[in-house]
Design a binder for this molecule. Structure first.
Ligand SMILES: [Zn+2]
Length: 245
């Protein structure tokens, strides 16, 4: 399979993730690189993250507010221009007509050259929201480009040039990253409510916390190094690429 490296810096970018933090995991360094080079980067988060805690006593409403604030802080670290929240209940995201309308409205409104999202075709994926968000992004692109979908938007159809799917089932595109890995890990660490459940960092124990945080950061660097090895790059984020969507 032909492996391509580095798109030209896009003017506008829209990254669509299921939960607060998914976008940072999937393509945070690439977004930081493009933002630094002058791209207008927008994030679209589909669910409210209300189940993102291992604490059975956690108050879901408080968690939703915390996670939106964390997402806004993470977006700032990446240099993003803004974040839109669909606020579907965590774990219950479905690719329905209302959700497709909301995402295709964002595509028509923001007119991104590049859209990024979860690869919905990754086999043996456990979390249903990741698969639903990927399908939603793909279907919303089709709706955004064709004028007979959602004419009530009152906006011109828009066709992004490229779709990049992260956590890809097949890798045919790499974005070279290096300096931006620190921004990726800083953005991820802005999701402090997720330290324990997704990053393996026990926030209640200062001694353990520092070592575990260092291990998490090292893991992100390792993943980028491994992705880069495919093409002899120092570090990269990996994608499945679809052009002329
Ligand atoms: Zn997620």
């Amino acid at each position: 399979m032909n492996l391509q490296i580095d798109l030209p810096t896009p003017d506008r970018v829209l990254a669509i993730g299921a939960h607060p933090d998914d976008i940072e995991f999937g393509c945070g360094a690439t977004l930081a690189k493009w933002a630094d080079a002058g791209a207008e980067v927008h994030l679209f988060v589909c669910t409210d993250g209300s189940k993102g805690s291992w604490d059975p006593e956690a108050d879901p409403a408080a968690l939703v507010a915390t996670r939106e604030n964390e997402q806004l802080a993470a977006a700032k670290v990446l240099g993003a221009a803004g974040v839109r929240f669909l606020r579907r209940v965590d774990g219950e995201l479905v690719n329905d007509e209302t959700a497709r309308s909301a995402v295709s409205l964002a595509i028509r409104d923001l007119t991104p050259d590049v859209v990024l999202s979860h690869d919905p075709w990754l086999p043996y994926r456990i979390h249903p929201d990741h698969q639903a968000a990927g399908h939603l992004a793909v279907h919303a692109i089709v709706a955004a480009r064709d004028p007979h979908f959602f004419p009530e938007h009152g906006l011109k159809p828009h066709r992004p040039g490229t779709l990049l799917l992260f956590e890809p089932a097949r890798v045919d595109h790499l974005e070279r990253v290096s300096d931006q890995l620190a921004r990726k890990t800083d953005a991820l660490l802005a999701h402090r409510s997720q330290w324990r459940s997704t990053m393996g960092i026990d926030d209640t124990d200062a001694e353990q916390r520092d070592a575990q945080r260092a291990a998490f950061v090292a893991g992100v660097h390792d993943e980028a190094r491994t992705a880069g090895l495919r093409a002899g790059l120092r570090a990269a984020e990996a994608f499945a690429r679809i052009d002329a969507v």
